[in-house]
Design a protein around this ligand. Structure first.
Ligand code: UDP
Ligand code: MG
Length: 312
């Protein structure tokens, strides 16, 4: 019988975990005789997430867990889960029940009966989210789809069920700076999109502040597009042309009308403007350089301290 691994990144989810476990086991029972493996990744939680996982693993042989040595972020958690999953199919799911386990039978049907390689989910609404955040999220998706060739769907969740071949494809991308939404789009494969209405988390609170999301979006842009670099060069060319015209005008004007002094304001404007453009371009360059620097170090994306088999 097929085995489905459910990968669940958890960071301070002591309250949500029991509810999640209850719901996912209910769905698993519904889907019998399909086998399940629940792989929880404790991302360096500071609350009782780890003890909760230990007792779940003790009581249920299907439960496995990895516990990180510190908080490495959700991306690292998902990577660790995918790397350790044994299933023929792997699903990524949040612990807070914002990714309804009840959709799982539908996702499974899509990959086993309808000829899809993966079934992914998309929120059709963003209710319960601050309007400003929704606005910036929308702008981000418009921008990144325009400047990168990875197809990133607006409202796409990380919640998805994949065939083994897709998981292997994702794991073959060995980058350190991981932006999963981009990676999923980049690897392609036949994907069925299942829309659903936004659900608010059952317990605990979101770990994403506005700034964290903003930095994450920059990560996505730098990771999946080189358009900002090209923009810096285009800006340079345009400004060179403008400068040539301006020089011509200034020379001719001075020859015809004299006027040796004056022109201080326009000079200051030019200096300030050019200084700004140069710093901006260097900054863009720096972003890419920083990413390259981190990639070349080849540091591990995460470190495991403990699993269901004990402390390493
Ligand atoms: N998460 C994680 N590491 C982190 C932050 C979050 O593993 O550093 C997990 C978290 O436990 C949850 C999922 O990622 O299962 C999504 O997090 P959250 O619900 O806070 O994000 P939101 O749904 O608000 O986007
Ligand atoms: Mg959530």
């Amino acid at each position: 019988m097929a085995l489905i691994t459910i990968v669940v990144p958890c960071y301070n989810e002591e309250q949500a975990l029991p509810l999640f476990y209850q719901e996912i086991t209910r769905v698993a029972q519904e889907m019998a005789p399909v086998d399940f493996e629940f792989l929880f990744v404790d991302d360096g939680s500071k609350d009782n997430t780890l003890p909760v996982l230990r007792s779940l693993a003790e009581a249920d042989k299907r439960v496995r867990f990895l516990s990180f040595s510190r908080n490495f972020g959700k991306e690292a958690g998902m990577l660790a889960g995918l790397q350790h999953a044994k299933g023929d199919f792997v699903a990524l799911m949040d612990a807070d029940l914002q990714d309804p386990p009840s959709l799982l039978p539908e996702l499974y049907h899509a990959v086993t009966q309808e000829g899809y390689d993966c079934a992914a989910t998309r929120r059709t609404t963003r209710q319960g989210e601050p309007p400003i955040r929704s606005f910036f999220a929308r702008q981000f998706y418009r921008l990144i789809n325009r400047i990168s060739d990875a197809d990133i769907v607006d409202g796409a969740r990380d919640y998805r069920l994949m065939r083994r071949s897709v998981v292997n494809a994702i794991l073959s991308l060995g980058e350190y700076n991981r932006f999963s939404k981009g990676i999923f789009g980049w690897v392609g494969f036949k994907t069925k999109w299942v829309p659903y209405e936004n659900v608010e988390r059952v317990a605990g609170e979101t770990k994403w502040s506005f700034w964290k999301l903003f930095r994450y979006s920059l990560e996505g842009i730098v990771g999946f597009s080189t358009v900002p670099l090209a923009m810096a060069s285009v800006l340079g060319v345009v400004l060179c042309l403008a400068a040539a015209v301006a020089i011509l005008v200034i020379v001719v004007k001075t020859l015809l009308f004299g006027d040796p002094v004056g022109g201080w304001p326009s000079m200051m404007c030019a200096i300030l403007f050019l200084g700004g453009v140069q710093l901006l371009s260097i900054g863009i360059l720096g972003q890419y350089l920083a990413k390259t620097y981190l990639e070349t170090k080849k540091r591990p994306v995460y470190l495991v301290r403990e699993t269901e088999e004990g402390v390493l």
